[in-house]
Design a protein around this ligand. Structure first.
Ligand code: MRU
Length: 354
């Protein structure tokens, strides 16, 4: 089955600069931010103008090119050493999504392996960033199609539940978890998507819902605490979520709240799928205990838009991600097929990871 991309592209290379959809303003406003400098790209990643693991990787790849463009020397060794500094600045933006580190490493490797002048290395870096972006689009379409093959065969039309936003906005333009939803919708297998609102930043209510509305995919937003009730009522046939980093044993870091969703799915015998590209699997990490979990500003917990929710004198805790243990995951859907967590190393590491 051939599925097509959406018209939502969160990162666009246009006439010498990068346009980012400002995801902090959706759904109220669909606007772009123009990025010319590497430092501004780092800031855009930190402040979540661009977010979602693969999209962060793509943005960082362009950030590497923008940084390379700002380096003034024509000396290859000096250029490479300053490029390392650019890489280091981009690495400090967000710690959990491994796609960021993967894309930066790929860009650096390309720079070192390119024989030629500094200007030639710069050109190859731009092409590589564009290739990373184009590959992600194809990868997500493949994930969507592999996921479709795996979904429960009955009923004919399914209700799926997702968490956060693992859609076009979080990737080059198709989505991982939402890629599976898109594929299911385009061949008549989807009845409705339930989208957790995803506190504290509300990526489900704001971004996933917006994407679905753009394409006419039926979507019902629920608060995170309603998922158990919906499953108990038999309203959900499968859960599909994305991932920020998957350890070699299949433990999966994704948006905070994913772990509790997986526990609830297990309790109700609802299949729980993680959809992610192989680039999201960190084979250097044996288990989820080694995954760094980003902690963000407490303001995300105590304030929504301009409204402060809590009384003065309260403390806050704001981990942005949690780790779902592998035993709660039915299958991990990648561009190369779906695997149980225990199959990852054997089926993917040796065949597809350099
Ligand atoms: O903090 P965010 O919005 O970057 O978190 C995004 C998620 O947790 C997504 O589910 C994940 O990155 C997968 S995106 C295809």
């Amino acid at each position: 089955m051939i599925s097509s991309p959406t018209h939502v592209y969160p990162v666009i290379w246009y006439e010498g600069s990068v346009l980012l959809i400002d995801q902090t303003h959706l759904p109220a406003e669909y606007a772009f931010v123009e990025i010319h400098r590497c430092e501004d790209m780092a800031q855009a990643i930190k402040t979540m103008i661009v977010r979602g693991a693969p999209a962060i990787g793509i943005a960082a790849a362009y950030g590497m090119y923008l940084g390379a463009r700002e380096i003034e020397t024509q000396d290859r060794e000096q250029f490479l050493s300053q490029l390392e500094q650019v890489a280091q600045m981009l690495r400090t933006t967000r710690p959990t999504a491994v796609n960021l580190f993967w894309a930066i490493a790929r860009m650096l490797k390309t720079a070192y392996e390119t024989i030629g002048t500094v200007e030639e290395i710069r050109q190859v870096l731009l092409t590589t960033a564009q290739t990373i972006q184009a590959e992600d689009l194809q990868t997500c379409q493949a994930i969507g199609d592999r996921g479709l093959e795996l979904l429960p065969k009955t009923p004919a039309q399914l209700n799926l539940l997702t968490h956060c936003n693992a859609g076009a906005l979080a990737t080059a333009g198709y989505g991982t978890a939402l890629g599976v939803v898109r594929s299911a919708w385009s061949c008549g297998r989807l009845s409705r998507l339930y989208a957790d609102e995803t506190r504290p930043r509300l990526q489900g209510a704001k971004l996933t819902a917006w994407e679905c509305v753009q394409e006419g995919i039926p979507v019902t937003v629920i608060t995170d605490s309603m998922a158990a009730h919906c499953m108990q009522q038999g309203m959900i046939h499968a859960v599909v979520v994305g991932a920020d980093r998957i350890a070699a044993n299949g433990d999966t870091a994704n948006k905070i709240g994913t772990y509790s969703l997986a526990l609830v799915a297990k309790a109700h015998d609802v299949p729980f799928y993680v959809a992610a590209p192989v680039a999201t699997i960190d084979f250097a990490i044996a288990t989820g205990r080694e995954i760094p979990i980003e902690e963000r500003d407490p303001v995300e917990v105590y304030q929504i838009d301009n409204t402060i929710l809590t009384p003065a004198g309260v403390e806050f805790y704001n981990p942005a991600f949690d780790v779902t243990p592998a035993h709660l995951i039915t299958a991990i859907i990648t561009e190369h097929g779906a695997f149980s967590p225990s199959q990852l190393q054997q089926e993917l590491q040796h065949k597809y990871v350099a």
